[in-house]
Design a protein around this ligand. Structure first.
Ligand SMILES: Cc1cc2nc3c(=O)[nH]c(=O)nc-3n(C[C@H](O)[C@H](O)[C@H](O)COP(=O)(O)OP(=O)(O)OC[C@H]3O[C@@H](n4cnc5c(N)ncnc54)[C@H](O)[C@@H]3O)c2cc1C
Length: 674
């Protein structure tokens, strides 16, 4: 296995060319790329410390949550979801460590769909279309799987190692097979066709986690012009009278310090902390800042447009010993195999061994733009006897005991249908003017009426996958226990599935959008397409918070891409646009080294009104949902249900699309437990 060595220091200078706030997925890339130029002095300030030997173990991912390397946020109580979570709050881990959330994440390497980026560009993010971002995915990539590396969509030689787990379980091997049985091809999920199933690739190197700290900071550790200071929590960005960001104030071991930037300050604190720090520094919604007594420097919609990826669990039991069960897997021989060879079950990406991009009936059938991504976990809440997953997800005792405990002595696996382009929007705000108060996070999950309908369809497809012949040979059955609050519905009926989605609402940890990028004159944007904060000088945001509309996949590779591209913007250059020819999945065409072109003249591009129209929520006439009740804290799930039923009777129409269940679900229904 590949372990990191310390690169931080205890001293620093008064002034640097660039100060980077946050050494996470994006910040680590920025630190490396900006310090490539030996003439530029770069300071990276990171609130946390360094990763450790436990965080290197891929299977241990969940155990890192709620430890000192996690900011351990919680959302506000949700009004239309999370009924089965303690206090109806979703737990939001975020890395507080060099490497940021790439140290806590499940390592899955997915770039998203080309249409996601073309939509960004169409909505005003000039320069961010697929051909313009694709070379930046390649730039960092070092793909270790020969058959994938040579298919024209990948490369070798970059800093970020991408490879497959060496020893998939039988449950994993069955996953692409089950996909095929339902008509989904087996594909390279980052290749020409996204709709399909695969055993995924992830950011691991010789079987152990390849965080961005390992990938990008380690190789730069001997550069004298790069200073990395850990345990440095930045509490304010300082502006001069011309609204130029000139320095930052930070807290380190209970002392306050100030450092100054000659050229720029780059904010890479992630989707929660970047908006928090902007607001603490006077950049945000004017009224909100004024209400907390923070002087306003720029009135911008910071913290709005919060989007996340969520899923409900669809658990199965099997009658063979084929899945990942903690007490069988965390053994000395497996530890030795991991440490000496980088092999064995400890190399599994947090237990996620299958990814399938699927399309519900709400997605455009003729387009390769899947609306859900099944994450197949080779286990469930009982796989660790309720010790870790249940605790870090904040699942209530009632839910755990009612749904899962009856299956405690079985091997299990779960399908997690993750909604890729949710319509619900939330926000991040300050709780107070103190940097030591965690920000207020309200994702408002499932508040848009369309989201629950597509979720139900995706759950049906997930059920069909789990009951496909490839899985039946393990004696697979759906759980026959009912989720608390959903007992009144027929098991696995549409209303039951909708209820489960609102009870067991989990995040897959992809919050984005809170410092939205787009056209300068678009009132919804915080940064322009060069990622410069509007209305001030010398300040950029470079992390997942700039994502204007969610991407169809996991967000680590996109955060790295964003930083690769931003670093070149600062250097005044961009890679040539490039996109492989469609349909060349089998082409063994090596991708050449990236080439640069002179930067285009930046910033102010007007969003095309027609493109913006994509954004207006379309109400489907036949699927109306009741408005969500206003105050989350005051109602129970039963009350929520009653309100729904009442509304349904008033409307005299089904709250769910009742007809036309996909035929694959009919096929699966034959196998429902009694
Ligand atoms: C549990 C989990 C599982 C995930 N699984 C996957 C996966 O399998 N695949 C995938 O692609 N994505 C996954 N993600 C998401 C992905 O890791 C993140 O989207 C990505 O890391 C975000 O990068 P970022 O640079 O925006 O922020 P981060 O990586 O979170 O970096 C922000 C950094 O800034 C530091 N910081 C914040 N505020 C300050 C401050 N004021 N002063 C100093 N430092 C500060 C933080 O400590 C942190 O190091 C997962 C995330 C989590 C949490």
């Amino acid at each position: 296995a590949d372990h990191s060595v310390s690169i931080s220091r205890n001293d620093w200078e008064n002034e640097y060319d660039y100060i980077i706030v946050g050494g996470g997925s994006a910040g680590a890339v920025m630190a490396n790329r900006l310090s490539e130029d030996a003439d530029k002095k770069v300071l990276l300030l990171e609130a946390g410390g360094s990763e450790n030997i436990l965080s290197d173990v891929p299977l241990a991912a969940a155990t890192l949550q709620m430890t000192p390397i996690d900011w351990a946020y919680q959302t506000e109580p949700q009004e239309a979801s999370c009924f089965g979570l303690v206090n109806r709050r979703s737990r939001w881990p975020r890395g507080r460590v060099l490497g940021g959330s790439s140290v806590l994440n499940y390592m899955l390497y997915i770039r998203g769909n080309k249409r996601d980026y073309n939509r960004w560009a169409a909505e005003g993010a000039d320069g961010w279309s697929w051909p313009e971002v694709f070379p930046y995915f390649l730039k960092s990539e070092d793909n270790q799987d020969e058959h994938i590396a040579s298919n024209g969509y990948h490369r070798t030689g970059g800093y970020l190692t991408v490879s497959s787990t060496p020893d998939p379980t039988p449950i994993a091997v069955a996953f692409p097979e089950a996909g095929k049985q339902l008509g989904y091809p087996n594909v390279d999920l980052n290749g020409p066709l996204q709709t399909g199933f695969a055993i995924p690739q992830g950011t691991i190197r010789r079987g152990s986690r390849c965080s961005t700290s390992k990938a990008f900071l380690q190789p730069a550790r001997s550069r004298p012009n790069l200073h990395v200071v850990t345990f440095a929590y930045v509490t304010r960005i300082l502006f001069n009278e011309h609204r130029r960001a000139v320095g930052v104030q930070f807290e380190r071991f209970a002392l306050q310090h100030v450092v100054y930037a000659r050229k720029e300050i780059i904010l890479s604190g992630g989707s929660i902390n970047s908006p928090q720090l902007l607001m603490l520094s006077g950049i945000g919604p004017a009224q909100h800042l004024a209400s907390l007594g923070i002087p306003v420097i720029a009135d911008l919609p910071v913290g709005d447009n919060l989007q996340d990826h969520i899923y409900p669990a669809v658990p199965f039991k099997v009658d063979r010993k084929v899945s990942i069960v903690q007490r069988r897997v965390v053994t000395l021989p497996n530890l030795i195999s991991y440490l000496s060879l980088g092999r064995g079950p400890l190399t599994a990406f947090g237990g996620v061994e299958g990814l399938g991009f699927i399309k519900t009936k709400y997605a455009n059938a003729s387009d390769d733009w899947p609306d859900f991504q099944i994450h197949m976990l080779t286990g469930s809440l009982v796989s660790d006897d309720g010790q870790t997953f249940r605790r870090v997800q904040g699942v209530t005792k009632e839910l755990y005991e009612q749904v899962y405990v009856p299956y405690q002595s079985y091997d299990t696996f779960s399908m997690y249908p993750v909604m890729l382009r949710p319509k619900s929007r939330g926000h991040v705000r300050l709780r107070s003017s103190s940097p030591n108060d965690p920000p207020l996070i309200d994702p408002r999950y499932l508040t848009h009426p369309d989201d629950i309908h597509s979720m139900v369809e995706a759950m049906k497809i997930s059920i069909a996958v789990g009951l496909a012949p490839a899985y039946r040979e393990f004696g697979t059955e759906l759980f026959g226990t009912s989720f608390p609050g959903c007992e009144i519905y027929e098991l696995y009926s549409d209303p039951y599935l909708a209820c489960v989605a609102r009870v067991y609402t989990s995040t897959i940890y992809h919050p984005v959008g809170t410092c939205r990028m787009g056209a300068y004159d678009d009132p919804r944007t915080v940064v322009d397409p060069q990622l410069r904060v509007k209305g001030v000088h010398g300040l950029r945001v470079v992390d997942a918070s700039i994502i204007p509309t969610h991407i169809s996949g996991n967000t680590n590779a996109p955060a790295i891409m964003i930083a690769e591209k931003a670093a070149d913007m600062i250097k005044g250059r961009q890679l040539e646009s490039y996109e492989p020819e469609q349909g060349s999945n089998s082409l063994a065409q090596p991708v050449g080294p990236p080439r640069h072109r002179a930067s285009r003249n930046a910033a102010v591009i007007h969003a095309h009104p027609a493109a913006l129209a994509i954004h207006s929520p379309r109400q489907k006439p036949h699927v109306r949902n009741p408005p969500a009740p206003r105050r989350a804290e005051n109602i129970s799930h039963q009350q929520f249900q009653r309100q729904q039923q009442q509304q349904q009777m008033n409307n005299n129409t089904s709250t769910l699309p009742s007809a036309e269940s996909p035929s694959i679900y009919q096929f699966a229904l034959g196998d429902l437990p009694n």
